[in-house]
Write a protein that binds this ligand. Structure first.
Ligand SMILES: C[S@@+](CC[C@H](N)C(=O)[O-])C[C@H]1O[C@@H](n2cnc3c(N)ncnc32)[C@H](O)[C@@H]1O
Length: 420
């Protein structure tokens, strides 16, 4: 390890002993040993203490960096300031505000971003599910773009939140978003500046369907406008997503997969590979019925459970238009589920929010009688915890990790579990 002035003597004095809630920031220069789950680079102090480093433009293992580090009781945490050496795969960023914007972390990894994400997943699995040696990685194709983006308007500026801050980075376009959303950003800015749309400071969502034709702008209170050649028009129309001749609709501003066409392809491929089929699909935390729709030709019926009333209303309409037999329940999945859910020919699919399964819900799942359980999770750590909690009764047979959130460290875990 080198000193900042280039001398090679040890920097032991740069790692002060933890003395309370906050220690001063110190400069640290060293090598990124590996990438950890969550996108952090791992460095090591001479005495063996680990340092977790974040960086705006991707970190490659082996790179030497200079960072500001604060020491905690047993480890350091810091932010990379500059690179002393850089990996030859590092590429010019495709986004002009990549260093400032809090939206993406991996722009300078370019086409190698999925490789870095795979390393992060490997790190998590090595520690949390060490027996899961055989798993499928589905990297995002270059055309996978966001069909929903969250913008912020304040101080007459439209943009994204600055990295680790709530201030706004002004943006005119976003290369991670679908081109129609990117092109709509100056139109939204113009309408807010002119007062053609409510101009109080707040969050705005821009969203489009599949294929990406119409653009919707949605305010925090749920009111929506559709972009037409002459400007923004109030609308209550749904957003539509068509995949393999099946169309799903949802309220503008409601939940749907962010990179919708790529997500639908990746899930469908995964289910086909595992030959997921059966009598009844229990689509729990089902949203507007994405999984019931994707799997409609593989089940006799679906039972959807979802707590958000607007989503359930659209799920019912989607079931009707797709000809899916079965009820859609507007309730808390943990209140709805009973002991012994399903029969051996049935499949339970659970896709909870980021925090994963509650202990009470997990206990009910452990008594389920269905022959297959599919667990979907957008936080890998919560997913691994839930797999371990289910382990006495359910064994993880297949795991696929889908790169549904390109240029960020986030991924989607999908597991197929069988009764033990
Ligand atoms: C990750 S989203 C998945 C939605 C759907 N499976 C999809 O992929 O489009 C999680 C869903 O769970 C719903 N949800 C959150 N808490 C819930 C609860 N306690 N009971 C039932 N649904 C819930 C949310 O409204 C959201 O639609």
């Amino acid at each position: 390890m080198k000193r900042k002035d280039g001398s090679k003597s040890a920097m032991r004095n740069r790692a002060p002993v933890y003395q309370g809630s906050s220690t001063p920031k110190v400069k640290w220069i060293g090598k990124i040993e590996r990438l950890a789950w969550g996108g952090l680079g791992v460095g090591r102090e001479e005495d063996g203490r680990l340092i977790l480093l974040s960086a705006p433009l991707a970190l490659f293992p082996g790179e030497e960096v200079e960072a500001d580090v604060r020491w905690k009781a047993r480890h350091g945490e810091g932010e990379v300031l500059r690179w002393q050496t850089s990996d030859k795969r590092r590429a010019p960023s495709g986004c002009p505000v990549a260093r400032l914007c809090g939206g993406c972390d991996l722009w300078e990894a370019g086409s190698h971003a999925p490789d870095l994400k795979k390393l992060m997943v490997e790190d998590l699995l090595r520690r949390q599910l060490p027996d899961m040696l055989d798993w499928a990685w589905r990297p995002a194709p270059p055309e996978a773009k966001r069909h929903r983006i969250q913008l912020h308007w304040g101080n007459r500026t439209l943009g994204f939140h600055r990295r680790k801050s709530h201030s706004i980075v002004p943006v005119q376009a976003c290369p991670a978003a679908h081109a129609v959303l990117s092109a709509a950003m100056p139109r939204l800015q113009e309408a807010l500046e002119e007062g053609a749309l409510p101009s109080r400071p707040q969050r705005w969502e821009l969203a489009t369907g599949t294929p990406a034709e119409h653009v919707f702008a949605v305010m925090e209170d749920g009111r929506a406008w559709r972009l037409e050649p002459d400007g923004w028009h109030p609308t209550t129309d749904p957003i539509t997503h068509t995949f393999q001749n099946a169309t799903l609709r949802h309220r503008a501003g409601g939940f749907f997969q962010v990179s919708a066409p790529w997500a639908m392809t990746a899930f469908r491929q995964t289910f086909e590979e595992w030959d997921v089929r059966g009598n009844t699909l229990f689509d729990l935390y089902g949203g507007v019925g994405l999984f019931s729709g994707l799997l409609q030709d593989r089940f006799q019926s679906s039972v959807l459970v979802e707590s958000e009333p607007h989503a359930v209303a659209w799920a019912k309409k989607n079931f009707e238009s797709l000809g899916i037999a079965g009820p859609c329940h507007a309730t808390d999945a943990a209140d709805w589920i009973e002991d012994g859910l399903g029969e051996p020919e049935d499949v339970i699919l659970v896709d909870p929010p980021r925090a994963g399964l509650s202990p009470a819900f997990t206990e009910k799942l452990r008594t389920a009688k269905a022959g297959t359980l599919i667990l979907v999770g957008c936080d890998g750590a919560a997913f691994c915890r839930d797999v371990k909690r289910l382990a006495p009764e359910w064994r993880l047979e297949n795991l696929a990790v889908l790169d549904l959130f390109p240029m960020t460290p986030h991924v989607e875990f999908v597991g197929r579990l069988k009764p033990c």
